[in-house]
Design a protein around this ligand. Structure first.
Ligand code: F3S
Length: 392
């Protein structure tokens, strides 16, 4: 990979060992993927923030980075961690887990990352279309590429962190316009009746795409929160980092592409594969974190309703959106539902709530929760989530 004189100096250690290590990670990555150069990034988004998923290895790595004096040189946001203040109490976490999570957060801050603790950083710091980013968190990557029109690969936590420090990333994959063309047309021969069917379709599209960028044909234009969940589902069904739906941006791109048609039965099969029919103890929405639009929908669905005493309703969003919409939060919480920030049920210790079955409308959560927390998942749409948890 070609390096400028300044980049060579950093690689030789002239700017200190912290940035040297970050540059080594980027050069290695660039060499593996055949990048010709580094490209400046407008921001980085780093995953591996929850101690539950990152573990002691992350703490040790960050301690070293801090000792070596590394600091982010571009705006760098963080994914959800293991708990917020409220959930910490509910989960009754042992002191050592709390201390480990807090140390991990302090270390990330010490290397210059912001405590955004959300998988929807784009609602707070929206990247410009066509800007280059180095984002980890697959749901945010697919949203950035497909909805915002920014350019990012699906980074891992170390490469996103290295890019945050250097302010650059290797110029390969989705940073190159020639790699952003669709490779497969997918047509649903039915109209998804709710967000769950749309997102289950997304999961199936992820499975079918096998590394290609899919173009979804003849789909009604989903709203922003539906697009957010659609991309998240695709990115968990496969390695999808970008998609198109047939609109002005994708005009003419379908020509000559192989096409696949899927029906409602295929989507129902996805829901059945990911779902149990048991009664839930906990109902969780906000994977990815709820947008303002979803908080508004929930506030209206919960108006005049009351949460059953034997069930919990946890709604995950970002601290930024919670603070920006206090009246929506009060309207939601008047029902007894709990708005949780900084974390999500997938990267937290939901099993400590005594739950055997969790209901959610998110195929991504349904895919990861059984393996990470040993709970079963019941997939239902947002309205049914509310019905399952309300006594009146
Ligand atoms: Fe976000 Fe957690 Fe889902 S990080 S995308 S809410 S698994």
């Amino acid at each position: 990979m070609f390096l400028t004189r300044d980049e060579e100096r950093i690689l030789d250690g002239e700017a200190g060992p912290g940035v040297q290590l970050a540059m080594r990670i980027l050069v290695k990555l660039g060499d593996v993927f055949g990048a010709e150069k580094l490209v400046p990034v407008a921001s980085a988004h780093v995953s591996g923030i929850s101690y539950k998923t990152a573990g002691d290895a992350a703490i040790e790595f960050l301690r070293e980075l801090r000792e070596m004096g590394a600091r982010a040189s571009v705006p760098a946001t963080t994914n959800p961690c293991g708990f917020d203040e409220r959930l910490k109490g509910l989960l009754q976490l042992p002191g050592e887990l709390v201390r480990a999570q807090e140390e991990l957060l302090s270390l990330y801050e010490a290397v210059g990352l912001r405590r955004t603790l959300t998988c929807v950083p784009y609602y707070e710091l929206k990247p410009k279309s066509a800007s280059h980013l180095a984002w980890a968190e697959s749901s945010a990557v697919v949203y950035a590429n497909s909805v915002i029109g920014a350019y990012t690969n699906r980074e891992g936590a170390p490469s996103a962190l290295a890019a945050a420090i250097i302010g650059k990333t290797p110029d390969y994959g989705l940073h190159r316009p020639e790699n952003r063309e669709p490779g497969l047309r997918i047509k649903a021969d039915f109209e998804p009746k709710d967000e769950l069917e749309l997102w289950a379709l997304g999961f199936l599209v992820g499975e079918l795409s096998r590394g290609d960028i899919p173009l979804l044909e003849d789909l009604r234009t989903p709203s922003d929160w539906e697009l957010k969940g659609l991309g998240a589902a695709m990115a968990s069904g496969g390695m999808t980092a970008m998609f198109y739906i047939s609109d002005a941006r994708s005009a003419g791109k379908a020509e000559g592409l192989e096409g696949v048609e899927v029906g409602r039965a295929d989507v129902e099969d996805v829901i059945e594969r990911l779902s149990s029919s048991d009664e839930p103890d906990v109902v969780f929405v906000g994977c990815p974190h709820c947008s303002a639009e979803e908080l508004g929908l929930l506030a209206s669905l919960l108006r005049g309703r009351e949460i059953r005493p034997d069930r919990s309703f946890l709604i995950c969003t970002s601290r930024y959106l919670r603070d920006a919409h206090p009246s929506l939060i009060s309207a939601i919480e008047a029902s007894g539902a709990l708005v949780v920030v900084d974390t999500c049920m997938v990267v937290s210790w939901v099993e400590r709530l005594g739950a055997d079955v969790v209901a959610t409308n998110s195929p991504k959560a349904a895919y990861y929760l059984p393996g990470l927390s040993g709970v079963e998942v019941r997939l239902v749409n947002l309205k049914e989530c509310v019905e399952l948890v309300c006594s009146r």
